[in-house]
Design a protein around this ligand. Structure first.
Ligand SMILES: C[S@@+](CC[C@H](N)C(=O)[O-])C[C@H]1O[C@@H](n2cnc3c(N)ncnc32)[C@H](O)[C@@H]1O
Length: 312
């Protein structure tokens, strides 16, 4: 997934091997993870695909079934993994994840601590952000969940960057051995204010903390606690608006413009439902429609960020 070669260098030039996890991509809303096994086949509505045909092909390849149907074999990047992983808990999605990585200032080499691990959706992105020399220590008090996350990280090739630990972080706090070592701490816990004093102890001077909470009451309590040791406390709600882009033919369309030079002038028109139409002037034209997706995810939670106060 991270395409680290044996010299620990990031490389995007990877070929599929027996035992790799690939994302079978049919459409952006139809993907699934599959472990490549030489003797297995994938069967879907497009026909039968032999895994042995995939081995040695680069990630991203288009492969064909016995009936001529096709799928794409994509590398399990954190972005795709978040969309296909098995939901054992609520998870963080790409909009929140991107914001967290940026605002926590996570770069290669960072040491990041996280609780709870949940389904590991955020953890995979944290791991890629700190790779190849950094590390993520993630804690969950639920043993089975921690074990499943550990298995997932192994399957997608991230286990060397992540330690999964079983611990009640609200009750016991983070382990003292990490005191003043963390560049960043991330909390996704029901009562984060109980873990904040320990998180403060884990952070290096100037380190950053983020707490994700679905309810504003949790944010208020967390902010009260944060004031003791943190500064620059800010809360955000990340709202994402996605668009469906579709090509449509419009018959009898009479647009303005000069087509004499052979190039169709394009105009952007806004329709009453909020969608945009890129149209060219002709009586029957192909147009590209951009319509806000009605099923876009709304509120997920609040992200509260804070920076450890410098004592000197
Ligand atoms: C919403 S999930 C985290 C989801 C995760 N951020 C993701 O993106 O997949 C919250 C997790 O916190 C864990 N948890 C709740 N209370 C805890 C505690 N006191 N100590 C450690 N983990 C805890 C739960 O077991 C659960 O797995």
């Amino acid at each position: 997934m991270l395409a680290c070669n044996s010299a620990n260098k990031l490389s995007f030039n990877r070929f599929i091997s027996n035992g790799d996890l690939v994302i079978i991509y049919e459409r952006h809303d139809n993907m699934k993870p599959v472990m490549v096994s030489e003797s297995s086949v994938l069967q879907n509505r497009f026909g039968v695909f032999k895994h042995s045909d995939w081995i040695g092909k680069p990630f991203g390849s288009k492969v064909f079934s016995n009936k001529g149907g096709f799928v794409y074999l994509l590398a399990p990047t954190p972005e795709l993994w978040t969309l296909v992983l098995s939901h054992r808990t609520q998870i963080l999605y790409i909009a929140d994840i991107s914001f967290v990585i940026m605002y926590l200032e996570i770069v290669p080499g960072c040491l990041v601590m996280e609780s709870g691990t949940g389904s590991g959706s955020l953890t995979t992105s944290l791991a890629r952000a700190v790779a190849p020399a950094g590390h993520v220590y993630t804690f969950d008090f639920h043993e089975e969940r921690a074990a499943s996350a550990r298995e997932d990280f192994e399957r997608i090739g991230l286990s060397s960057l992540i330690n999964v630990n079983v611990r009640d972080i609200q009750d016991e706090g983070f382990p003292d051995e990490f005191a003043s070592l963390a560049d960043a701490v991330f909390l996704d816990l029901p009562q984060p204010w109980l873990a904040i004093p320990s998180a403060a102890k884990m952070l290096k001077q100037d380190g950053t903390l983020c707490s994700f909470s679905p309810c504003i009451e949790q944010v208020q309590r967390s902010c009260e606690t944060l004031q003791t040791s943190f500064t620059d406390i800010r809360t955000f709600e990340v709202l994402l608006r996605t668009y469906e882009i579709r090509e449509e033919r419009m018959e009898g369309f009479s647009g303005e413009g000069n087509v004499a030079n052979g190039s169709l002038p394009c105009k952007r028109r806004q329709r009453s439902d909020g969608s945009n139409v890129l149209s060219s002037s002709s009586s029957s034209v192909s147009t590209v429609m951009a319509r806000p997706n009605g099923e876009a995810r709304g509120h997920t939670g609040y992200l509260t960020f804070a920076r450890l106060k410098c004592l000197s």
